[in-house]
Ligand binder design. Structure first.
Ligand SMILES: *Cc1c(COP(=O)(O)O)cnc(C)c1O
Length: 355
C-alpha cells in the first residue's frame, strides 16, 4: 500500500514555535494580562443562552455588526474566522490557489507564505530594504514580473516591529489597483501603532485589513480574527469557508469582548509605555535595537552570538524568540513585552549575559 500526501506537502516542514517550561515566556507576542474579570463573568452568564442542539448562526451577524460598528463599516464588510490565520487561509482559498501567485516582502510573517503554500499558491518573495522598510520599486518589480493575484503587507511587521509608512501603504494600494492584485494588510498589532490602514478600506479598492483578538485583546485562547474589506471580497470568502466554521461560544466571546474596548486600549497603552522603557534600557547595552510599533522588540547582540544569548536566557528561565538563524535576521532575537516584572527579569538576565 502506498498512501502519499500531495507531493508539495510531503516536502514541507510544519510550522514550529518551540515552547519550553520557563518562568518568563516572552516568545509568542501574547498579552501578559488577561481580559477583565467582568468580561469573563458576562461571558459565563451568556453561555446559558446558547441553543446547544442547533448549529451556530452561520453568518455570525451579531458579531460582524459589532465589529463593523467598532470600525465604522457595515456587517457585510466584515469577515470573521478562527484566528486571523484562518482569515488568511480563506483569502488564499478564494484569491490564490493552484496556478496563482502570492507576493510577500521578506523578512515578514512566515505564515503568509506558509499558508499560501498549503493552499497550493506559488510564493513570490520580494525583499525589504536593509532597514526592513518596504521599497516601492521592489513591490512594483514583483507585481510586474510575477503577476501575483494577492499580496501581503504586515504592519507593524512581525518579526521586525516596524510599521510601514502611510505613504508606502498608499503607494502599494495604487500598485495593487494597477496590477489587479488584492492587497492584504495584516494589522495583528494595529492598535499598538500610531496609524492604521483601516480607514482606507472602500468598495472601490482591492484592499482588506486583517485584525486578531490574539494579541491586543488578550484572547489568544479564543482563536478569533477578522478582516475589514469590500463586500465583494467578503462574499467570495463566504463561498469558500466551511459552513458553520465559527462556533456559538466563540461568537459570544467576541461579541462580549468588544464591550470592553476601553479596557483593551488601556492595556495596549500600558504595553506601549513598557515597550519604550524596555527599548531605552536595551539601548544602554551592546545590542542593535529596531524601532517597534508592536508589542515586541527585535534586537541583535553585537558582542555575543544570538543563539548563545538565547540559550543563556533560557538558562535563566527567560524564553524569547530565536530568529538568529532566519534568513535576513542573522543573530537577531525577538522579545515580547510582558509585565513590568517580566521585562525586568529579561533585562537583568540580558545585562548579566552581555556583561
Ligand atoms: C500573531 C499574528 C497573527 C495572529 O494570528 P491568529 O491566528 O489571529 O492568532 C496574525 N498575523 C501576524 C503578523 C501575527 O504576528
Amino acid at each position: 500500500m502506498t498512501v502519499r500526501p500531495r507531493d508539495d506537502v510531503a516536502l514541507m516542514d510544519g510550522y514550529h514555535s518551540p515552547q519550553l517550561e520557563v518562568a518568563v515566556r516572552l516568545n509568542t507576542n501574547e498579552a501578559p494580562e488577561p481580559p477583565p474579570d467582568e468580561f469573563v463573568d458576562q461571558y459565563i452568564a451568556a453561555i446559558h443562552s446558547i441553543s446547544w442542539n442547533r448549529y451556530p448562526d452561520r453568518s455570525a451577524i451579531a458579531l460582524r455588526s459589532a465589529l463593523g460598528d467598532l470600525h465604522g463599516y457595515s456587517a457585510d464588510q466584515i469577515f470573521v474566522a478562527n484566528g486571523s490565520n484562518e482569515v488568511i487561509q480563506t483569502l488564499l482559498l478564494a484569491f490564490g490557489g493552484a496556478g496563482r501567485t502570492v507576493g510577500v516582502w521578506e523578512p515578514t510573517y512566515a505564515l503568509h507564505s506558509h499558508i499560501a503554500r498549503l493552499t497550493g499558491t506559488r510564493v513570490a518573495e520580494g525583499e525589504r530594504s536593509i532597514d526592513f522598510e518596504i521599497k516601492i520599486d521592489e513591490v512594483e518589480r514583483v507585481l510586474y514580473e510575477q503577476k501575483p493575484s494577492i499580496i501581503f503587507l504586515c504592519t507593524p511587521n512581525n518579526p521586525t516591529g516596524l510599521a510601514d509608512k502611510p505613504e508606502s501603504i498608499q503607494a502599494v494600494i495604487d500598485l495593487a489597483v494597477r496590477n489587479n492584485a488584492l492587497l492584504v494588510v495584516d494589522e495583528a498589532y494595529g492598535q499598538f501603532a500610531d496609524h492604521t490602514a483601516l480607514d482606507l478600506v472602500s468598495e472601490d479598492l482591492p484592499l482588506v485589513v486583517t485584525r486578531t483578538f490574539s494579541k491586543t485583546w488578550s484572547m489568544a485562547a479564543a482563536r478569533l480574527g477578522y478582516l475589514v474589506g469590500p463586500k465583494w471580497v467578503v462574499e467570495e470568502l463566504n463561498k469558500v469557508v466551511l459552513p458553520y466554521h465559527l462556533d456559538s461560544l466563540k461568537q459570544l466571546a467576541g461579541l462580549i469582548a468588544v464591550r470592553f474596548v476601553d479596557e483593551m486600549e488601556a492595556r495596549v497603552s500600558r504595553l506601549v509605555d513598557d515597550r519604550e522603557r524596555l527599548v531605552s534600557r536595551l539601548q544602554t547595552l551592546p545590542v542593535t535595537v529596531w524601532p517597534s510599533q508592536a508589542n515586541f522588540v527585535l534586537f541583535r547582540p553585537e558582542t555575543a552570538d544570538g543563539a548563545f544569548v538565547w540559550r543563556e536566557l533560557v538558562e535563566r528561565s527567560v524564553l524569547v524568540r530565536n530568529c538568529s538563524s532566519w534568513p535576513r535576521l542573522a543573530g537577531c532575537l525577538r522579545v515580547t513585552i510582558g509585565t513590568p516584572d517580566e521585562n525586568d527579569l529579561f533585562l537583568t538576565a540580558l545585562e548579566e549575559i552581555l556583561a
